[in-house]
Design a protein around this ligand. Sequence first.
Ligand code: SF4
Length: 382
Amino acid sequence: MVSRLPGLALRVCQGMPMPAVSPRRPHGQPADSAPPLRHDWTPAEVEALFDLPFPELLFRAAAAHRHHFDPAEVQVSTLLSVKTGGCPEDCAYCPQAQRYHTGVDATKLMSTEDVVEKAKQAKAAGASRFCMGAAWRSPKDRDIPKVAAMIREVKALGLETCATLGMLSGTQATALREAGLDYYNHNIDTDPEFYDAIIRTREIQDRLDTLEHVRDAGMKTCCGGIVGMGETRRQRAGFLRTLANLPAHPDSVPINRLVQVEGTPLHGTEALDPFEFVRTIAVARLLMPQSMVRLSAGREDMGDELQALCFLAGANSIFYGEKLLTTGNPDTERDQALFARLGLRPMHVSVDADGHDHGGTVHADIVAEAPAARSAGRPCAA
Ligand code: SF4
């Protein structure tokens, strides 16, 4: 396996014998005897899952997880910020919003050359997919050729491509797809009922429209949101129900736990009970059993025990590290140690001659100079 976690792989091999697990099915392939995917969840059904006794909920989620995936494998995902800060939106959690004073300086769109250089580093480190994020409400039409050039050149390196650029028109989505974009990240953020409390500069329907454009253009979707923003359990259920009832389940479902950034309106929000976060992961796994459920922003503040519970509850993807090819990165070392302690391993990467992955993926994370953005877990693109 080509991985940028060589130490981890070694430690896993030299540690406790790996538990016997059934081979992981390719992502999206129905499992034998698996119940059909549903897109018609009612509020009462989802709330009833949240209300299950904790051990029962985790048992059901873990069973669903291993029905579709090898529970010892975790997809390792990362991204490059190609344009940081200065965003005109008012997302109450986000340090990249221009209107909040969070110390994040706006940067210009990176040059294609610089992006390609980072992509080469990513590939050399074992990445098979390269994600590019820009803090925009939506790209201007004049931005599309620049981003398309990045996508084409990154694709030419043999990498899968992923982007998160804000809302897209149908024409823009098609242009990005034609440039070779494989995945598009666009979060619905929260429950439609709670949306106005968090974001006033757009409506959730705007997000749903972009997701439709992305699907119609033939790209895969990465879509989740943030919990711990002061929403109720019923609203957390509504958030997950909205995702599960989309016409197609997102291929990746990032679940962020709010990182409170000074200067943003949500700074000072009462912290979410950690067990409630685990419940959210478990319900996401039950509603969208074939999707990658990703621990995203907020993970760096979680203890190893909480992360272990999340993996037990069906999380099978994480953001890893802050900078590519960085040795001695404490976060990276912590993740390697956690994987070794838990007997987890990065999801196997298998890329065919056309550059398409089969099953797991490894993304490359090269975050531009934006410490505050990093501390917030890059919610726009998570
Ligand atoms: S989350 Fe995204 S859209 Fe919202 S303010 Fe931040 S960068 Fe802008």
